[in-house]
Write a protein that binds this ligand. Structure first.
Ligand SMILES: Cc1cc2nc3c(=O)[nH]c(=O)nc-3n(C[C@H](O)[C@H](O)[C@H](O)COP(=O)(O)OP(=O)(O)OC[C@H]3O[C@@H](n4cnc5c(N)ncnc54)[C@H](O)[C@@H]3O)c2cc1C
Length: 409
């Protein structure tokens, strides 16, 4: 099918900016770019009939890092890099709340907790991993978090994070971000958990509602979104970029920004981005579900929250790293079984009836050696904003602002 002269002068007319990928990063970048320059002619190309990456398939945590995760990040990439990434996430969460009304995205700030097992479990892990060469995808040998350090780590994180994030103050002093909430374990009904850390600044939202709200906001400003349009290859030249897709004619742009996150390597092979599948399930309603909020466990590898009185549980990628490095959007029996065991052995009170699982799904994250996004010019006129790691809900608005500043808009 050849394109018409009308299509040539509209859908296929040369764009100021083409964004590849209609997830949070692509949409927020369109949002920020059009704020900066309302005259820009922007098109988003999305391979799926709906956005088909992680943005509508995640757990909807509005979070910026749990205690053990941030302590791990300090060890992995240093205090400064950890602070920089956490600040981007925290500022991103503020931006979401500034731009959208809570009710439009089902935002609830019910706080977040991190669950810890006791010393016996660490001793057991140490014994089991003795002599083994197996490492997790971050390169560490995982034995568990030592809860005797919890109060010191909480004090350290509160001290360094609050002034950088500029979190709420009382009587001129920053309120603590993290607190030891171990006394709440019994009330929440968990099994085999010996310590809890609480962060009242965490919230939860409906991530597809946020995507739809962003779509509506950018389309109202004239941004064109072409769904079912997969970028196959591109070529930069003196006047811009020629982008080839499955459509009938190539699309010309002055600049192109790749926001395909976990899929980034497929278009730009030189990038340090590895796909990491995240699997999730949601149960049927559970009568008297004892908790509300977001919950993290095992340095963020497991996460769960309430969805009304249903349980949404995801993660356990570290139970099968090798097979979870995949672009596949199926679920696997191995991970789903581990998640079900975790639900029955840790989350629900002892003796609970096993709830039916109503929905199972997966999404693709973008990981790398360190937990910092890649926002850079890849070739003249070609840019990327990818590798959101596990907290793209939060970090995307600020990644978008940085990408917008980097490009010539
Ligand atoms: C199971 C799971 C749970 C998660 N939970 C949370 C959470 O609770 N909180 C949180 O902050 N983060 C969470 N995340 C991470 C978060 O969802 C991501 O970091 C974020 O959505 C990334 O946004 P993005 O726009 O960079 O990428 P994506 O949303 O993946 O968007 C990339 C888009 O590019 C499209 N695309 C790819 N290739 C092409 C191509 N060649 N041509 C055209 N289009 C293309 C894809 O279809 C996709 O729509 C979770 C992720 C998963 C998988």
């Amino acid at each position: 099918m050849a394109i018409s002269v009308w299509e040539q002068s509209t859908y296929f007319a040369k764009k100021d900016l083409v964004i590849v990928g209609c997830g949070f990063v692509g949409l927020w970048t369109a949002y920020e770019a059009i704020q900066k320059n309302p005259k820009l002619n922007i098109t988003i190309l999305e391979r799926g009939v709906i956005p088909s990456g992680a943005s509508t398939r995640n757990a909807g945590f509005s979070c910026f890092g749990s205690v053990s995760e941030l302590m791990y990040d300090v060890a992995l990439m240093g205090e400064e890099a950890m602070l920089e990434t956490v600040k981007m996430r925290y500022d991103g969460l503020q931006r979401i709340q500034k731009v959208f009304k809570d009710k439009d995205i089902d935002y609830n700030q019910w706080g977040g907790y991190e669950l810890f097992e006791g010393q016996e479990k660490i001793a057991k892990n140490k014994k089991e991993s003795k002599g083994k060469k197996e490492r997790d995808d971050k390169g560490s040998k995982k034995e568990g978090y030592d809860i005797s350090k919890l109060d010191d780590d909480i004090a350290y994180l509160n001290k360094i994070l609050a002034p950088v994030l500029k979190t709420p103050k009382k009587n001129g002093k920053y309120l603590p971000i993290y607190t030891n909430a171990s006394k709440e374990i019994n009330k929440l009904g968990f099994q085999g958990i010996e310590a809890l850390a609480y962060n009242k600044l965490e919230g939860q939202l409906n991530s597809a509602k946020l995507v739809l709200a962003l779509q509506k906001a950018v389309q109202a400003k004239g941004v064109q979104i072409l769904f079912s349009t997969e970028v196959k290859k591109f070529k930069n030249h003196a006047k811009g970029v020629t982008i080839e897709t499955n459509l009938e004619a190539p699309i010309e742009a002055k600049q192109m920004l790749v926001c395909t996150n976990g899929f980034a390597k497929l278009l730009i092979p030189s990038l340090d981005v590895v796909p990491a599948r995240g699997q999730v399930f949601v149960t049927e309603p559970i009568p008297n579900l004892k908790f509300k909020g977001c919950f993290h466990y095992d340095e963020g590898y497991y996460y769960f929250r309430n969805l009304g009185n249903r349980l949404l549980l995801g993660g356990a990628r570290n139970a099968d790293f090798k097979n979870e490095k995949t672009y596949s959007l199926d679920t696997s029996a191995t991970i789903q079984k581990v998640l079900e065991q975790f639900m029955m052995q840790r989350i629900l009170p002892k003796g609970s009836k096993k709830p039916k699982i109503e929905l199972r799904w997966s999404g693709t994250m973008g990981m790398g050696k360190i937990k910092k996004p890649i926002i850079q010019e890849v070739q003249p006129n070609v840019y990327c904003a990818v590798r959101m790691s596990g907290m793209g809900v939060a970090i995307a608005p600020i990644v978008a602002q940085k990408a917008t500043q980097l490009m010539k808009l």
